[in-house]
Ligand binder design. Structure first.
Ligand code: DAT
Ligand code: MG
Length: 168
């Protein structure tokens, strides 16, 4: 049984585990470079569950809304042009601690400083071409999922048998 509560889901049987959702996007550089599968593989292999995904081209308005926290910064216009320059892969990933797990899988904002083994540390070299986006906290996760996905586009009821081998 699932009860949804914002970006969290509670499995309400004998155990009650809080499961987070987070928004992840493969940016136009990752799509154009043909590394969609490579990026998705990192999250799948980690044990996270994909509960929403679509290939889409962002409008200027949606891009400005998504990156609203950066409005006014010197890189804002370039960031909006970049994210709208081609299709992105918008995704929702779910799991225990999914927000922090996705951020650590993605790596530091500047690929030049990102640790090897992370997506940015392995697949990118520059801050303006850093391949992937991931929500940085529960509030941004909820906000960003809401920008890109309607409720019916997220697969809420999808229990996986493997989940017991991923999380205790
Ligand atoms: P992150 O994507 O790691 O959450 P962020 O939210 O601080 O990083 O910034 C959003 C994006 O904006 C980031 O992925 C790349 C770009 N960006 C951030 N800081 C920048 C800078 N100093 N110069 C150029 N682009 C920058
Ligand atoms: Mg950010």
């Amino acid at each position: 049984m699932y009860e949804t509560n914002g970006s969290c889901i509670y499995y309400s049987e004998d155990i009650k585990v809080s499961v987070e959702r987070t928004f992840v996007a493969i940016k136009p550089d990752g799509v154009e470079r043909g590394i969609i599968g490579e990026v998705i593989k990192r999250f799948e292999s980690r044990g996270l569950k994909l509960v929403g995904m679509k290939l889409m081209k962002l409008s200027n308005e949606k891009a400005q809304e998504h990156y609203g926290e950066h409005k006014g910064k010197p890189f804002f216009d370039g960031l909006v042009s970049f994210i709208t320059a081609g299709p992105i892969v918008a995704m929702v990933w779910e799991g225990k601690g999914a927000i922090a797990l996705c951020r650590s899988t993605i790596g530091a904002t500047n690929p030049a400083q990102a640790a090897p083994g992370t997506i940015r540390g392995d697949l990118a070299v520059e801050i303006g071409r850093n391949v992937v986006h991931g929500s940085d906290g529960p509030e941004s996760a909820k906000r960003e999922i809401g920008i890109f996905f309607s409720e019916s586009e997220v697969c809420a009821e999808w229990p996986r048998a493997v989940d017991k081998w991923v999380s205790e």
